[in-house]
Design a protein. Structure first.
Length: 296
């Protein structure tokens, strides 16, 4: 027999069901950013009354649904501006769900502090801008670790040092080089070698190599791409599903798994294999394998 104290509080009893409904709405928004996303339509997706939906959504997520829609639309637009330089800004405004280029430009300037054209020339995602979306993601960190033998892998890479939020400039240089040399995402695996965590080192000391597997010679080029190598060796591998803004599995490997495993680290930094890449890959669909190099 249960006592009154054994019974869950009413709000907590319904929280998992509410969470599923709210996250269904977030998934729907992310998939349909170019469409009309009225409160009435989103309330129907959540199976909530339209009279109360916006209050329920804000109470559960801490952000009004209208603001979430705008943030996700501007995030999509910023990716296209940075990674697809051939698409006209007017088309990006349409693809991102804005009624007109003028309303898009106003909203973009308000969030990023510069017009879309200036962002395209110098793309930067400030930490506070991406933090706004993090609380909306479900806490579903993977803890399944595999021990694997990683093969020696030649890569064509761009070195970057400086504030982490400006590292997109290195990504774009690599994309330009890949386009010039016909190395599509289907022809080469994309890697990020992380020499220092961005939240610990001073911004000017953050280092990253972003590269693609490539066996041919890397001739001198305007993008500054150079031949490098990820050495063969034993690694702990764990898969992260979802947004790459915060990969909690990397922290888990260092903080929890490594001390409990009794293993020692090899003299090579942690690196990520970005399994699927491209401006049209949604946050929810991103797959990232994290490799922590170990001694044999």
């Amino acid at each position: 027999m249960t006592t009154p104290s054994d019974q869950p509080e009413p709000a907590l009893a319904h929280q998992p069901a509410y969470a599923r409904r709210i996250h269904r709405v977030i998934e729907y928004i992310e998939t349909n950013l170019a469409r009309d996303l009225s409160v009435e339509q989103l309330a129907e997706v959540a199976h909530f009354s339209p009279y109360h939906f916006h209050r329920q959504f804000s109470a559960f997520t801490g952000i009004p649904v209208s603001r979430l829609v705008r943030l996700m639309r501007l995030r999509l637009a910023s990716r296209k501006l940075a990674l697809e330089p051939d698409i006209p800004i007017t088309e990006i405004a349409h693809l991102s769900g804005f009624d007109s280029p003028e309303s898009f430009s106003r909203a973009f300037r308000q969030l990023y502090g510069k017009p879309p054209s200036a962002f395209r020339d110098d793309p930067q995602w400030q930490p506070w801008q991406r933090q706004a979306l993090l609380p909306l993601k479900e806490d579903s960190m993977n803890t399944d670790v595999e021990i694997v033998q990683f093969p020696q892998t030649a890569i064509a890479a761009v070195e970057y040092q400086g504030p982490e939020w400006q590292s997109l400039t290195a990504v774009r240089r690599l994309i330009d080089w890949r386009r010039d040399h016909g190395v599509s995402p289907q022809k080469g695996k994309t890697y990020g070698i992380h020499y220092s965590p961005p939240d610990i080192m001073p911004p000017e000391d953050y280092r990253l190599d972003v590269g693609v597997s490539y066996e041919g010679p890397v001739e001198p080029n305007p993008q500054g791409v150079m031949a490098k190598e990820i050495p063969a060796g034993l690694c702990a591998r764990i898969r992260h599903l979802g947004s790459r803004d915060h990969i909690a599995e990397a922290e888990y490997l260092y903080r929890d798994w490594l001390p409990a495993s009794g293993r020692e680290l090899r003299d090579f930094p942690i690196f990520f294999h970005y399994v699927n890449v491209g401006p049209d890959v949604r946050d929810a669909d991103m797959i990232t394998d994290v490799y922590l190099p170990l001694k044999d």
